[in-house]
Design a protein around this ligand. Structure first.
Ligand SMILES: CC(C)(COP(=O)(O)OP(=O)(O)OC[C@H]1O[C@@H](n2cnc3c(N)ncnc32)[C@H](O)[C@@H]1OP(=O)(O)O)[C@@H](O)C(=O)NCCC(=O)NCCS
Length: 290
């Protein structure tokens, strides 16, 4: 079950319409184009005034009923405390999200050594990359309630990605600069690591530019351990090093056990369920039973 939302939209005359949905951007667009509820068709939905994430449909229906009964002043108080630019929506990325992914990544290509690339991929290349990753691995996009990209996390095959390396994967995460230090990176990584562990991956590797103190602190907070550093691995604004970090994804007591089978893609809908849980604060270890 994907995360469910209870929301209010502001209508043209100022009235607030309350509803619930599992796809907030699509539902908002439907209201705004006159294809939502009778009420918003009649009065014209202007903008999202408030939203709250709930674990499932029944919790959302209960919350919707409670919000509908609130006096107007209390609804307005909810709306006054809501910032759509900071309200996080998490979902699996689609190839059509390529431009949003590049909007985030390109900043780091041009302004940092967090990536060693000199140029971003083209949109067509990025579309193909998302499609290829999604066939076997998670690719998660975070947007705000205005539909703007806030960050993404994904995984890649490690080395050859098969045979003895089949249980290893490399993680990647980039946030829009303004979205950093708000806990969003953690939310994305909890979703990514839970998905990788459930798929059967045993080792999550992160390769960091050295130095990258923010990313080091972040990976240490998740329990990654540094396994080595190489000086002068890449030349971008001078010679840069890299550091290699490992997180053990195995269940307790299973570190040395032979794997039963190679990692497999998650069943349809499971990544959405994982994202619903981490959106509401769940830890990857609890979600994946680690
Ligand atoms: C690394 C990155 C993803 C972290 O995301 P974030 O949302 O800022 O991190 P969070 O707010 O979830 O922080 C989680 C924990 O990580 C640590 N941490 C993250 N950023 C930190 C920083 N700048 N300084 C110190 N600790 C930091 C802290 O322990 C923090 O816990 P706390 O908030 O309770 O102190 C983000 O800084 C980023 O996108 N950096 C640029 C791109 C990049 O370098 N990607 C990694 C490539 S390998």
């Amino acid at each position: 079950m994907p995360v469910s939302y209870v929301y209010m939209v502001r209508c043209q005359g100022g009235a607030l319409y309350t509803g619930w949905t599992s796809d907030l951007p699509r539902r908002l667009a439907a209201h705004q184009s006159g294809k939502g509820a009778k009420y918003t068709r009649a009065f014209g939905a202007a903008s999202l005034a408030w939203a709250e994430a709930l674990p499932d449909k029944s919790a959302a229906l209960r919350r919707e009923a409670a919000v509908k009964k609130l006096p107007k002043a209390e609804k307005e108080a909810l709306a006054a405390g809501f910032d759509p630019a900071r309200f996080v929506l998490l979902r699996p990325a689609r190839p059509a999200d390529a431009a949003q992914v590049l909007q985030i990544f390109d900043w780091y290509v041009k302004n940092s050594t967090a990536t060693f690339l000199y140029e971003s991929p083209t949109e067509a290349q990025q579309r193909r990359a998302i499609a290829a990753i999604r066939r076997a691995l998670p690719f998660i996009l975070a947007q705000n309630a205005l539909g703007e990209p806030l960050g993404y996390a994904c995984a890649h095959p490690w080395r050859y990605g098969c045979d003895a390396y089949a249980w290893d994967t490399e993680t990647t995460i980039y946030l829009a600069p303004a979205a950093r230090r708000l806990g969003l990176g953690s939310m994305l990584y909890h979703g990514l690591l839970a998905a990788l562990a459930e798929q059967g991956y045993r080792n999550a590797y992160a390769v960091l530019a050295d130095p990258n103190p923010d990313s080091e602190a972040f990976h240490i907070a998740f329990g990654f351990v540094c396994e080595g550093r190489q000086a002068r691995s890449g030349y971008k604004n001078g010679w840069q090093g890299v550091s290699y970090w490992l997180l053990d994804l195995t269940a307790p007591g299973q570190r040395d056990a032979a794997p039963a089978a190679p990692p497999a893609p998650l069943p349809a809908g499971r990544l959405e369920e994982i994202l619903a849980a981490v959106r509401l604060g769940a830890n990857w270890r609890a979600v994946a039973g680690r």
